[in-house]
Design a protein around this ligand. Sequence first.
Ligand SMILES: [Zn+2]
Length: 102
Amino acid sequence: MKLKIKKGDTVIVLSGRDKGKKGKVLEAFPKSGNLIIERVNVVKRHLKPNRSFAGGIIEKALPLNICKAMLVCPKCHEPTRVKLSDAGRACKRCGEIVDKVK
Ligand SMILES: [Zn+2]
């Protein structure tokens, strides 16, 4: 499956608790269609201390499905749908090629 959103992209969240938030994609999982987005879907985990960790609260970003996120075009800075073409991924608003096919 070819993902329309990749690691390093900036996306906006379309639904859920973090609706309207923008963040950078830290990780993309093509098999599940999930994304880990910076500061989005963050949960706090209380951890007990162990040998290598003093314990406390850590923040962890949970995966968000790609259908709940939209790419923010690096050129026109608007949330956009992605057009896949032979040249690469393109912004449907301004036509800018977001990245080239390697
Ligand atoms: Zn654009």
